[in-house]
Design a protein around this ligand. Structure first.
Ligand code: ADP
Ligand code: ASP
Ligand code: MG
Length: 422
């Protein structure tokens, strides 16, 4: 017998027929003797619809009221799943964020879990009741509804798993695990049996949306075992205890299970970046600080930065990227500071994509970046900016070349599935 938290994403919860399939998976795990809590997302597309309502109602919406609206999608699916489980003869009830309570801190629409009062939840689970918890939502210290950022149900699930000391957190989605790259883009992507927390964290943060970045850092901190697996299975599919999906493991565990690791574990892409170029910035101390200081003060996240070789007259061009959602704000801010910074022109381009290769093998092996640049150059793909970390190399390219770049890099690093494995 184990204590497990099962999380089901939007596609898994899209409509009563799909919810019945989810309920069947949950019921089978409980019948196998497990104590079960379930965390659910809103139906696919529902959160987008609710966000649009807020925008239509008031373009400058109050984030606290936004949270009231957008958290409602999960309230619906948690109630529907509890009802469906009851119709199958299971004991089940929903626990909304404020009922648990799941206390959060920091800003509305991007709140962080602070603590979960798990006592009542654990005793309900021990009594054989299935706890159904809406993901994404919590309650602030001021007793108002909060949400935890898009994709936040993954983080809710990990937080619940940590609070109830679950043996495992199974994240059910519409693919059967974590792949070497998005399997919807590269048909030859290979499913990974194991991936380390560190690699998953890096992959998620550079665009592999299969897990929310925060859920991975929380799991790493709280030592929560995560498995990513598919809810799109037939009625008698093996239970999650057989580990059909991808396990997120520590470095030490990885050493034991996979001795022949590839240099590169995965490739991710992100089309939500945009590029900003400031021309003829004075090439002198304090210049870059006058650009990036105001952006940081406005909470605009700058990712890649390049300062070009100085021009003749003590001037240089500075190129950097900001999230597309913040581009208009960044541009307005920089235009306002034009005299103080002293640049000539501002050029922006939202038609770019960031491609990243990730792998802990990079720590001890040189040449990963060189392979990346050569592979892209051979295909005539121009690199507009570069950034690196200990286990990652990212490049910025034209958005139209995203799929091609991911595919050729996937082949270049030897990640393509062979026919037998595919
Ligand atoms: P959910 O609604 O279940 O939370 P998401 O849409 O958030 O699901 O995440 C699942 C999707 O993540 C998949 O459909 C897949 O297209 C995408 N994805 C991106 N990169 C990867 C990857 N490396 N491995 C698996 N899936 C990936
Ligand atoms: N429903 C929320 C979203 O679409 C949270 C989630 O599904 O994880 O972002
Ligand atoms: Mg998701």
């Amino acid at each position: 017998m184990a204590r497990i938290v099962m999380k089901f994403g939007g596609t898994s919860m899209a409509g009563t027929e799909r919810i019945r399939r989810v309920a069947n998976i949950v019921r089978r795990h409980q019948e196998a003797g497990h104590e079960v809590a379930v965390v659910v997302s809103a139906m696919a597309g529902e959160t987008d619809r609710l966000v649009n309502f807020c925008r239509e109602a008031n373009a400058l919406y109050d984030p606290a009221e936004y949270d009231v609206v957008v958290s409602s999608g999960e309230q619906v699916t948690s109630g529907l799943l509890a009802l469906t489980l009851q119709s199958m003869g299971c004991k089940a009830r929903s626990w909304l964020g404020w009922q648990l309570p799941m206390k959060t801190v920091e800003a509305h629409s991007k709140a962080r879990v602070d603590n979960i009062d798990s006592e009542a939840l654990i005793s309900a689970m021990q009594s054989g009741e299935i706890a159904v918890i809406p993901g994404f939502q919590g309650v602030s210290m001021e007793n108002r509804i909060t949400t935890m950022g898009r994709g936040g149900s993954d983080t809710s699930a990990v937080a619940v798993a940590a609070a109830v000391k679950a043996d495992r957190c199974d994240i059910y989605t519409d693919v059967d695990g974590v792949y070497t790259t998005d399997p919807r883009i590269v048909a030859k992507a290979r499913k990974l049996k194991y991936v380390t927390y560190e690699e998953m964290l890096e992959l998620a943060s550079v665009g592999a949306k299969v897990l929310q970045t925060r859920s991975v850092s929380l799991a790493m901190k709280e030592n929560v075992r995560i498995q990513v697996l598919s809810s799109f299975v037939d009625e008698n599919a093996p239970l999650a205890d057989d580990m059909p999906g991808t396990m997120i493991v520590s470095d030490d565990e990885m050493e034991d299970v996979d001795m022949e690791r590839q240099l590169v574990t995965g490739i991710a892409h992100d089309k939500n970046e945009s590029r900003v170029v400031l021309t003829r910035v004075p090439d002198q101390p304090g210049a870059v600080s006058s650009i990036f200081g105001p952006l940081a003060d406005a909470s605009i996240n700058v990712d890649m930065i390049i300062q070009n070789v100085g021009r003749d007259k003590g001037e240089t061009d500075v190129t950097f990227t900001v999230p597309q959602a913040d581009l208009a704000r960044a541009q307005a801010l920089l235009e306002e500071k034009r005299e103080a910074i002293g640049y000539n022109r501002i050029i922006t381009d939202a038609h770019v994509a960031k491609i990243s290769v990730v792998g802990v093998g990079m720590k001890s092996h040189a040449g990963v970046a060189a392979t990346m640049f050569k592979t892209l150059a051979d295909r005539g793909i121009n690199v507009q900016a570069i950034s690196t970390s200990e286990i990652k190399v990212s490049v910025l390219i034209d958005e139209d070349e995203t799929e091609l770049a991911v595919r050729v890099l996937h082949t270049a690093y030897g990640l393509d599935a062979t026919d037998e494995a595919a």
